[in-house]
Design a protein around this ligand. Structure first.
Ligand SMILES: Cc1ncc(C[n+]2csc(CCOP(=O)(O)OP(=O)(O)O)c2C)c(N)n1
Ligand SMILES: [Mg+2]
Length: 545
């Protein structure tokens, strides 16, 4: 007897074939057939409290595991909430697929329930965005969405799923399933000749630097960067912060970059993070090589820096790295002096930070970070999540973790709590600490409930300065102390949100209590929130260029 499958069943079978193990979701009328189809599988759903959180979770999942992160939400308002978070994934070059329920195709234009041009809405924040048109092609369409998200410059993809496409049944014999890898839009591999060209230019340069984009700032990408450094004796540096060259994690790197005579942009866009390649951030005499999967990026550099662009090739970060590592010219020796100098500049931290002392019931961010760093040293598998704002910059400068996720080039605030939950879902055995501001915590605090329901014991550390300090600091700098207004918050007892929702919570006002509080939070085995009352000081500005 022929089996008749719904679109929803086809979708779920494709998840299984493509190894999608976890879905971050928030239910809704349009997608209940998929919830139903999921019941007969081992695919885990994490049912969240806000659609933007679903996308942030899928984003963190992708950044940590290297697999596509999949979020599924309902149509109309659910989709609209989710779409906002795609911006963060896009800037972080994170392979995410957002699946959104959608009004019936048969009702479009008639004023259907929650009818919206969803594909159009998601288009500016995705690599590709479209609406599935038929149950017969649904498997292909999902497969294609997953492929596009991972290929070239990774990034988010949106696919809308109309109710009638999900609920229509089709004879299973009529379905031809896509083959893995089919339709994959790989950027061309960097040829051996092209790699040798780049390598010989690198060895001819005095102060070359390879600059990588967010897609390389994963655990795997960072180890590839270390390999490049070890083989070529050329610094390979990832730029993933919205503060760009002022990323406190990069110490005084900006001052080295300004002296570079050759920069290889390895799938790194020449954007605001690199001050568009302009002087004094990049010397006017510095030559540029662009290796990028997007012809537009190469064209952009060619337009604005025609005289300095000495070589370019269409390729993605993975193929380029592989080719550079296996190129013959890689063996040409160079002393380690320049590499050592750049590494020293990156690890530079102002010595006066050693003298910082907390007091008066306010913990200085340096002390907060010392405690978190000590914790990470005790548990080296800890995943560190840092959000933005002024407080977010301190752990980025002071806490070294093997695996970390930051807000990313988008400069979003609010994603850290969903990020942490997904990190814990991906690595259940490892501690996860997320450091964020009090303003930031407010965005997705209800997700502590999600963490409690799924037993995902993350540790949230709030640096509570009772204000939107980053914006307050802008007011002080640009308009003067007497015009700093409107950015105040309350010194709220956010830890009680955690306890009310079934987690662990503690308010910390003294630096010396913090190490003990962190271990207590960890050993509680519950999602935990440490509400640390901090000094609202400006973020570190180490590079001073
Ligand atoms: C989604 C989003 N909204 C607003 C901003 C602007 N913004 C950046 S930092 C910041 C203040 C953050 O406050 P908090 O989390 O308390 O950290 P603090 O700066 O106080 O340490 C704001 C409003 C942003 N970057 N992203
Ligand atoms: Mg704050």
């Amino acid at each position: 007897m022929a089996e008749h499958l719904r679109g929803a069943d086809i979708l779920v079978k494709m998840f299984e074939r493509r190894g999608v193990r976890t879905l971050f979701t928030l239910s809704g009328n349009h997608i209940m057939s998929v919830f139903d189809a999921l019941q007969d599988t081992t695919i885990q759903i994490i049912h969240t409290r806000h659609e933007a959180a679903c996308v942030h979770m899928a984003d963190a999942w992708a950044r940590l595991t290297g697999q596509v992160g999949v979020a599924m939400v309902t149509g109309g308002p659910g989709h609209a909430n989710a779409a906002a978070a795609l911006f963060t994934a896009m800037a972080a070059e994170s392979p995410v697929v957002l699946l959104s329920g959608h009004a019936d195709l048969a009702e479009l234009g008639l004023g259907a329930f929650q009818e919206l041009d969803q594909a159009g809405m998601a288009r500016p924040v995705t690599k590709a965005s479209w609406t599935a048109r038929s149950v017969m092609t649904l498997g292909f369409e999902l497969s294609r969405a997953l492929e596009i998200a991972q290929s070239g410059r990774p990034g988010p993809v949106h696919l809308s799923l109309p109710v009638d496409v999900l609920e229509d049944r089709v004879d299973s014999r009529c379905i031809s399933w896509p083959i893995m890898g089919e339709g994959r839009e790989l950027a061309p591999a960097l040829t051996a000749a092209a790699a040798d060209e780049v390598l010989s230019r690198l060895s001819a340069a005095l102060r070359p630097v390879i600059v990588c984009g967010p897609a390389m700032c994963t655990e795997r990408g960072r180890s590839a960067m270390h390999e490049l450094e070890a083989k070529l004796m050329v610094p390979a540096v990832g730029i993933e912060s919205p503060r760009g060259l002022n990323d406190p994690n990069l110490g005084k790197f900006a001052q080295c970059l300004a002296r570079a005579d050759l920069i290889v942009l390895l799938a790194k866009t020449l954007d605001f993070t690199l001050r568009f390649g302009r002087a004094p951030f990049v010397s006017e005499d510095c030559q540029l090589i662009v290796l990028d999967p997007n012809p537009d990026q190469i064209a952009r550099v060619a337009r604005s820096h025609a005289e300095r662009l000495v070589y370019s090739a269409l390729t993605d970060h993975a193929s380029a790295t592989k080719a550079l590592l296996s190129g013959t010219a890689a063996r040409i020796g160079r002393s380690s002096a320049w590499l050592d100098e750049v590494r020293a500049a990156i690890s530079y931290r102002p010595p006066e930070w050693q003298q910082v002392r907390s007091g008066n019931g306010r913990v200085h961010p340096v002390d907060l970070c010392r405690a978190v760093d000590d914790f990470v040293r005790s548990y080296p598998d800890t995943i560190l999540v840092c959000d933005g704002g002024e407080i977010g910059q301190w752990p980025q400068a002071l806490v070294s973790a093997k695996r970390r996720i930051i807000n990313g080039v988008a400069g979003t605030i609010g994603a850290a709590l969903p990020f942490a939950i997904a990190a814990k879902a991906a690595a259940a055995q490892d501690p996860v600490i997320a450091v964020m501001g009090d303003g930031t915590f407010g965005f997705h605090m209800a997700e502590l409930d999600t963490a409690v329901r799924y037993g995902l014991a993350i540790i949230v550390v709030i640096g509570n300065d009772a204000r939107w300090n980053a914006e307050y600091q802008i007011q002080v700098r640009q308009y003067g102390q007497n015009r700093a207004r409107g950015c105040e918050l309350l010194p709220a007892r956010y830890e009680q949100v955690a306890t009310a929702l079934g987690g662990y919570g503690k308010c910390v006002t003294r630096a010396e209590d913090l190490p003990g509080a962190l271990f207590e939070a960890f050993s509680s085995g519950k999602p935990a929130c440490l509400n640390v009352m901090i000094d609202g000081v400006p973020a570190p500005n180490i590079s001073s260029l």
